[in-house]
Design a protein around this ligand. Structure first.
Ligand code: BG6
Ligand code: MG
Length: 213
């Protein structure tokens, strides 16, 4: 099958913001007396902000919270998260990742971001990678989050390519499921690399260059 484009998840593939999500959620959870640890944080990978909050609230033992109280908590977490994101610099993206993105483009592939995050553009700006992509599909242009394929289908549409001609690069199980549900191939890295639904397994980001020949 011909490959015309690569669609990249952002958090955990291009940049490593897990630790910032963890710190920001931990601050919120501690403030409410909710138990939260790194194992629970791993369940938030690829999941939208509000769905992440619901996972954390599984351990909440207080009175039921209203929709607006939940939105305020998510907002509070996002404010601390953005303070941490603001400290990011171009050094937060490895030379290997930058070089591989450039090489794929030089080979004629279109590149897009397909991220659940509403902070995707802010992050790409901080690490100076906005120009590396032809399109950005993120948490601001979707109503259903991964494992729903919407974010990747939108990315393919923005690129003007057919889903079956796109390869999605993901570190989350939910992201691999989303790619497959959208009729795309999935290259898995990190946490998702051992997932049997992935079409390609990447030990390192540059392994993509072997696929994109
Ligand atoms: C994904 C992360 O990329 O974005 C999730 O893997 C996160 O952990 C989600 O919850 C939403 O991010 P944001 O920046 O919109 O809160
Ligand atoms: Mg991810």
């Amino acid at each position: 099958m011909e490959t015309k484009a690569f669609i990249f998840d952002l958090d955990g593939v291009i940049v490593f913001t897990d630790k910032f999500h963890y710190q920001a959620w931990k601050k919120m959870a501690d403030g409410m007396g909710i138990y939260f640890d790194e194992t629970i944080n791993n369940r938030l990978r690829g999941v939208s902000r509000m769905d992440s909050l619901e996972i954390i609230l599984e351990r909440y033992e207080g009175e039921p919270l209203s929709r607006s109280e939940k939105e305020a908590l998510a907002e509070e977490k996002n404010a601390s998260y953005r303070e941490l994101l603001a400290t990011m610099t171009p050094a937060d993206v490895t030379d290997e990742v930058r070089a591989a993105l450039k090489e794929l483009r030089d080979r004629g592939y279109k590149l897009a971001i397909g991220s659940s995050s509403k902070n995707a553009r802010f992050i790409l700006e901080k690490v100076e990678l906005l120009d590396a992509f032809d399109a950005i599909s993120d948490g601001n242009n979707i109503t259903n989050s991964k494992p729903d394929p919407e974010v990747f289908l939108k990315a393919a549409e923005y690129l003007g390519e057919k889903p079956e001609e796109c390869i999605v690069v993901e570190d989350a199980y939910a992201g691999v499921d989303a790619a497959k549900a959208g009729g795309m191939r999935a290259a898995a890295i990190g946490d998702a690399a051992s997932y049997e639904k992935a079409d390609y397994k990447l030990d390192v980001f540059e392994d993509l260059l072997k696929i994109g020949l």
